[in-house]
Design a protein around this ligand. Structure first.
Ligand SMILES: [Zn+2]
Ligand SMILES: [Zn+2]
Length: 389
C-alpha cells in the first residue's frame, strides 16, 4: 500500500517541466510535471517525490532504458496509480520493437498489466479514492459515444487509447489511469498474482466466451504460454473440458496439471485427429493463443462441426483458410481483442475466488530487457511480473 496523503500535495516553487535531470525530453501525460507524491521514509519523515523510476523506449527496436522521469499529474477524470506489480505481455515487446502497422511514438513507457493503488485523484473523479486497489489495462479509455461504446463494445472503439502504446503505461512506479476505465480489485488483493489478469486473464476469458462453448463441451487451447495456461484454468472454472496443444513438453505438462484432459504435441502429424478422437468429433470451441501462424491453420482442423475458432494470439502474417471445410462444417472464425470492463470484472472475480491463478515469475524493472529476450525466445512458462513496490 502506498503511504500517500489523501489530497494532492501542495505545489512547490521549484522549476517545472517534463525534462529529466539530463535534459532529455520524456513522454508525460500532461504538459506539466507532477506536483510530487508525499510519502514517509523509514524514519517517519514526510518527503515529496517528484520523479519516478520507469523503463523507457527511446527508439523502436532498441533496448529500453531505466530512467528517472517526472511523476505525471492526473488530469480531469484521471487517477494517478502507484504501481505495485506489472505483468509483461508480448504486446509490450511488439510496442518496443514497433512490429505493428500503427507504431507507437517514442519516448514511451510500455506496460498494460499494472496493478496498484490510487495515489492521487484528478478533478471530477468521484467514485475512487486514494488507497483503492485498481488496475491499468490495455484499454486506457474510449470515446464513450460511438456505436461500439454505447453497445458495450468499448474494446472496438476507434478512438480508444491504449496503455503503454498510445499513452504511457505501467513499467514505472506510477502511471495515469482513466477513472472510468481502471479495473477495480477487491481489498487485500495479491497485486502480483492479479496483474496478469489485466491482460492475459481478461483476454483469454473473453476469447473463451467468444467461442460460445457451453459447460460440458470441449475447448481446445492452442498455445500454453502466458495466455494459454490461464485459459486452461478459466475453461475448467467455466465447466468446460480442455484439450491443450503446444510444442513444448513442459508446457503440456503444465496444462495437464491445470486440468486439461488431453495435452498433445502440436507438431505431431496426427495431433488434430488425436484431439478429434478424444473429444468425439473435435472441440466446440478453439482458442488460439499461440504466437505462431501455423497454429492458426491447425486450429480450423481442431474445431468440431458448428464449432467456433477464437483468435487472440497476434503473430505477424496471414494464414490460409480451407474454404471447403469452413463452409461444409459451418465453422466460425472470430477475432477477439482483450475484454470490456464487464469482462474484466468477471475475469477478476474468478481470480479473486482463487479459481484462476497465473503462474508467475518475479523480476525487477532493471531486468526488463532480459525479460523481453526470454519472451521472444518463448522461454517463459506462465507470466513474468515486475515488482515495483
Ligand atoms: Zn497484453
Ligand atoms: Zn467509442
Amino acid at each position: 500500500m502506498v503511504p500517500a496523503r489523501p489530497s494532492v500535495p501542495r505545489r512547490t516553487s521549484t522549476a517545472r517541466g517534463d525534462r529529466t535531470p539530463a535534459g532529455t525530453r520524456v513522454a508525460t501525460r500532461s504538459s506539466s510535471s507532477c506536483d510530487g507524491i508525499a510519502s514517509r521514509d523509514a524514519t517517519g519523515r514526510w518527503s515529496v517525490a517528484k520523479t519516478m523510476k520507469a523503463a523507457v523506449v527511446r527508439e523502436l527496436g532498441k533496448p529500453l532504458t531505466i530512467e528517472q522521469i517526472p511523476i505525471p499529474t492526473p488530469g480531469y477524470g484521471e487517477v494517478l496509480v502507484k504501481i505495485v506489480a506489472t505483468g509483461v505481455c508480448h504486446t509490450d515487446l511488439h510496442a518496443a520493437q514497433g512490429d505493428w502497422p500503427i507504431k507507437p511514438t517514442p519516448p514511451l513507457v510500455p506496460g498494460h498489466e499494472g496493478a496498484g493503488v490510487v495515489a492521487a485523484i484528478g478533478p471530477g473523479v468521484t467514485d475512487l479514492k486514494v488507497g483503492d486497489p485498481v488496475g491499468i489495462a490495455w484499454l486506457h479509455d474510449a470515446c464513450g459515444k460511438c456505436e461500439y461504446c454505447i453497445t458495450g463494445w468499448e474494446t472496438l472503439c476507434e478512438k480508444q487509447r491504449n496503455s503503454g502504446y498510445g499513452v504511457n503505461g505501467t513499467f514505472a512506479e506510477y502511471a495515469i489511469g482513466s477513472a472510468a476505465y481502471v479495473a477495480r480489485f477487491p481489498r487485500n488483493v495479491d497485486f502480483a498474482k492479479m496483474a496478469p489478469i489485466l491482460c492475459a486473464g481478461v483476454t483469454t476469458y473473453k476469447g473463451i466466451k467468444e467461442t460460445e462453448a457451453r459447460p460440458g463441451e470441449w475447448l481446445a487451447v492452442s498455445g500454453i504460454g502466458g495466455l494459454g495456461h490461464v485459459a486452461v484454468q478459466y475453461a475448467r472454472a467455466m465447466g468446460l473440458h480442455v484439450a491443450a496443444l503446444d510444442v513444448s513438453e513442459e508446457k503440456l505438462a503444465l496444462a495437464r496439471k491445470l486440468g486439461a484432459q488431453i495435452a498433445v504435441d502440436a507438431r505431431r502429424a496426427d495431433a488434430t485427429t488425436e484431439v478429434a478422437k478424444f473429444t468425439g468429433g473435435g472441440a466446440h470451441g478453439v482458442l488460439v493463443t499461440a504466437v505462431s501462424a501455423p497454429a492458426f491453420a491447425q486450429a480450423l482442423e481442431l474445431a468440431r462441426r458448428k464449432g467456433t475458432v477464437s483468435l487472440v494470439g497476434l503473430p505477424p502474417g496471414d494464414f490460409a483458410m480451407p474454404i471447403f471445410d469452413v463452409v461444409l462444417k459451418r465453422i466460425t472464425v472470430r477475432g477477439s481483442i482483450v475484454g470490456t470492463r464487464k469482462d474484466m470484472a468477471e475475469s477478476i472475480a474468478f481470480a479473486s475466488e482463487g479459481k484462476v491463478a497465473p503462474h508467475i515469475h518475479h523480476a525487477r524493472l532493471e531486468d526488463i530487457n532480459d525479460v523481453f529476450a526470454s519472451l521472444e525466445a518463448g522461454k517463459v512458462d506462465g507470466r513474468i511480473v515486475v515488482d515495483l513496490a
